[in-house]
Design a protein around this ligand. Structure first.
Ligand SMILES: Cc1cc2nc3c(=O)[nH]c(=O)nc-3n(C[C@H](O)[C@H](O)[C@H](O)COP(=O)(O)O)c2cc1C
Length: 185
C-alpha cells in the first residue's frame, strides 16, 4: 500500500513532525511504502481565484504543486500532521490545500467515493474545547476532495514547545499503533 505523509509544520523537528515520524515507523513495519512531503520545503503559491481551473481544467501557477498533484492522486492512503495555527492550519499547508481547487473542480459533479483511508494528526499549544475544530473541518474537506475518508483523528492539546510531545504519556505510542494498523488491514 502506498502511503503519502504530509508534514504540515514549518517548524523542523517540531511536535507534529515527531508524531508523524512515529506514525510512519508503525506504518513501515506493517509494510506501507511511504512518500514523505515536507510542505515547508515546497514552493507553493496561494490560489489566486483566477478561475482558470474551472474554465480549462489547468492551473496557470507553475510551482511545486506540479510534483504534489500526482502524489495526491496516486496514493492509496494519506496522513497529514499539522499544528494548530489560529484555529486553522499553517499558511504553507493551507496554500497546498487551496490549490486542490483544481481537483475539486474536476470532480465536483462526481459522487464522492471515500475509497482511501486518511488520518489526521494534530497538535496545539492551547487546551480549549474547540481547539481542533478548524483543523478537522479543513482536513475533512481536503480529504473529501481527494476521495479520502478521514478514518482516524489523533489530537494532542496543551503541547507547545518544540519537542514537548516527548513528555506526553501516551502520544508517541498511540500514533505508532495507529500507523501499524494502517497497512496490516
Ligand atoms: C503562528 C502560530 C499560531 C498558533 N496558533 C495556535 C492556536 O490557535 N491554538 C493552539 O492551540 N496553538 C497555537 N499555536 C501553538 C502551536 O500549535 C504549538 O506550538 C504546536 O506544538 C506546534 O507544533 P509543531 O511543533 O509541529 O510546529 C500557534 C503557534 C504559532 C507559531
Amino acid at each position: 500500500m502506498k502511503l503519502l505523509a504530509i508534514y504540515g509544520s514549518p517548524r523542523i523537528q517540531g511536535n507534529s513532525e515527531l508524531l508523524l515520524d512515529n506514525f510512519l515507523e508503525g506504518a513501515k513495519a506493517s509494510g506501507c511504502r511511504i512518500t514523505r512531503l515536507y510542505v515547508r520545503d515546497l514552493n507553493i503559491f496561494p490560489c489566486t481565484a483566477c478561475g482558470e481551473c474551472e474554465k480549462t481544467g489547468y492551473c496557470p501557477l507553475q510551482d511545486d504543486m506540479q510534483i504534489v498533484y500526482p502524489l495526491l492522486l496516486d496514493t492509496d492512503a494519506l496522513v497529514v500532521a499539522t499544528p494548530v495555527y489560529f484555529y486553522g492550519v499553517p499558511a504553507q499547508l493551507k496554500a497546498l490545500i487551496d490549490r486542490c481547487q483544481l481537483i475539486w473542480q474536476k470532480n465536483k459533479k462526481k459522487k464522492p467515493l471515500f475509497l482511501k483511508p486518511g488520518y489526521l494528526i494534530s497538535v496545539g499549544g492551547a487546551k480549549g474545547q474547540h481547539a481542533f475544530d478548524g483543523v478537522i473541518l479543513t482536513i475533512k474537506y481536503f480529504f473529501l476532495t481527494l476521495g479520502v475518508k478521514l478514518e482516524q483523528i489523533l489530537t494532542y492539546a496543551g503541547v507547545d514547545a518544540a519537542g514537548a510531545i516527548k513528555q506526553h504519556p501516551s502520544a508517541l505510542n498511540e500514533v505508532h499503533t495507529a500507523g501499524g494498523r494502517l497497512c496490516s488491514k
